[in-house]
Design a protein around this ligand. Structure first.
Ligand code: GLU
Length: 483
């Protein structure tokens, strides 16, 4: 099996594209085939280098490694369509010579006017095939005059059947297939020509792609046949829709893969979630690791019904993956997020140590990795108490709690969480205040918030010196307010 993912680098990789890439990758890995990455950048005006780089980065992040393509190379180099122009021209020329394509001299504005008229009169807006019947001498003369022309495919009569691995046979009446353009007036190839020449030359055995391409497939099948090549097997994946049933798009929020990476979704969770957008293992299992996906994925369990995107499910799934991470993996995964917020350098060993201790305290409070930042910020920088928490530092009782606790903490031999807990409880008891109430001002003083990760462990991670400083500061701040 030879499969491919063929993104157009006109923008970022979105989740629909990522699912297509994943399905191809899974099939290649399961059946020991090759996974080819090809950049379809024939639309030069809209393709950018940044988009190519971003797509490669997203693919790497998702762990979808390719056997042939940019950077890895392969026998069918180059893997960028702009480097393959002569191959398309050669194929176009042979089709022209064999009478399977013809020159069309209609100008874009003429075509547009005729299309509008046809629509207004309730006829098909399809190209009316008029240049098919220009006699050869006339074509020759027009060409000599330097009249610009496009090259169109001459769609033969009959029917074309797409044998789709997911939807079964779909029959198209050729009379309803336009004589589509192969080469534009400026000599550049169209998608349909380039994709067929490339899939042929790269010996692609299975084309698995979104069903938005289904209308192109009969055209491509006709092209394969005109080029005397057997067509590959086709499978068109169901579209992805939002909760409102409409095709997933920007309307539903940012659907770029990069956004999920930045928010701190885990690649394995993302892969698990994307795999289930159209496929199922057994209609029940939702957490499926990569290995199980690779050994079980197949098109026979891909449905043709639209797959519904569910943000809550993705968040839930990501939380499950975070829960299953070891402390060390989690701590390391969090470092870039701390770095982004300026809390610590990514390779700061001390910060990593601190995160290792903090990981078990925050794991269950996170859905995405970036959730950790507000939870642990107080471990890395001085914090100003949140406005609604400030009153917990004021008043005689709160000030007394802070003062008494400070004293006890100073006296501790060891500053570990058990000793800290003991000290705090003893203070509360001594003052005749319920522990939960007595802990509040301490919590606000050290973390700046009424809701922090577990208090004693946090204080332990923070260390005695920092805790004492913060309690002293809280005493000052609260005291000032009272004056
Ligand atoms: N370049 C096309 C796209 O991004 C994919 C073509 C294909 O898979 O055949 O939509």
């Amino acid at each position: 099996m030879r499969l491919r993912f063929a993104p157009s680098p006109t923008g970022y990789l979105h989740v629909g594209g990522a699912r297509t890439a994943l399905y191809n990758w899974l099939l290649a890995r399961r059946f020991g085939g090759a996974f080819v990455l090809r950049i379809e950048d024939t639309d030069i005006s809209r393709s950018t280098e940044e988009a190519i780089e971003a797509i490669l980065e997203d693919m790497r992040w998702l762990g979808l490694d390719w056997d042939e393509g940019p950077e890895t190379g392969g026998d069918h180099w180059p893997y960028r369509q702009t480097g393959r122009a002569t191959l398309y021209l050669k194929a176009a020329r042979s089709l022209l010579e064999e009478g399977k394509a013809y020159r069309c001299f209609c100008l874009p504005e003429e075509l547009e006017a005729r299309r509008e008229k046809a629509v207004a009169e309730g006829r098909s807006p399809m190209y009316d095939r008029r240049c098919r019947s220009i006699p050869p001498e006339e074509t020759h003369r027009m060409e000599q005059e330097g009249r610009p022309f496009a090259l169109r495919f001459l769609v033969p009569e009959g029917e074309t059947v797409v044998r789709d691995a997911i939807r079964g046979d779909i029959t198209f009446n050729n009379a309803e297939i336009e004589d589509f353009v192969l080469l534009r007036g400026d000599g550049t190839p169209t998608y349909n020509l380039a994709v067929v020449v490339d899939d042929r030359d790269m010996e692609i055995s299975h084309v698995v792609r979104g069903d938005d391409h289904l209308p192109n497939t009969p055209k491509q099948i006709l092209l394969y046949r005109a080029l005397d090549t057997a067509e590959p097997a086709f499978a068109h994946l169901p579209m992805i829709v939002g909760q409102d049933g409409k095709p997933l798009s920007k309307r539903h929020g940012d659907v770029a893969v990069g956004r999920f990476r930045e928010e701190g979704f885990l690649p394995d969770a993302m892969v698990n979630f994307l795999a289930l957008l159209g496929w199922s293992l057994d209609d029940a299992t939702t957490i499926i690791d990569r290995r199980t996906l690779v050994t079980n994925f197949g098109l026979e369990r891909v449905g043709s019904k639209p797959a519904v995107w569910d943000d809550d499910k993705l968040l839930w799934m990501n939380a499950q993956y975070i829960m299953a991470m070891g402390d060390e993996d989690l701590a390391r995964a969090l470092m870039p997020f701390l770095a982004r917020e300026g809390l610590a350098e990514e390779d700061d060993e001390q910060a990593l140590e601190r995160m290792l201790s903090a990981a078990p305290l925050i794991r269950e409070r996170m859905k995405v990795l970036s959730d950790a930042v507000p939870l642990v910020a107080f471990l890395f920088r001085e914090v100003e108490a949140e406005e609604e928490a400030k009153e917990l530092l004021r008043g005689e009782e709160n000030q007394a709690i802070l003062r008494e606790t400070g004293k006890r903490l100073l006296e501790l031999d060891r500053f570990d969480s058990a000793s800290i807990e003991e000290a705090l409880r003893a203070t509360a008891e001594g003052m005749g205040i319920k522990p939960r109430k007595a802990f509040q001002p301490i919590r606000v003083a050290v973390s700046g918030s009424r809701v922090s990760p577990p208090l004693f462990e946090s204080m332990h991670i923070l260390g005695r010196e920092k805790c004492m400083q913060r309690i002293a500061r809280a005493l000052e701040a609260g005291g000032e307010q009272d004056r």
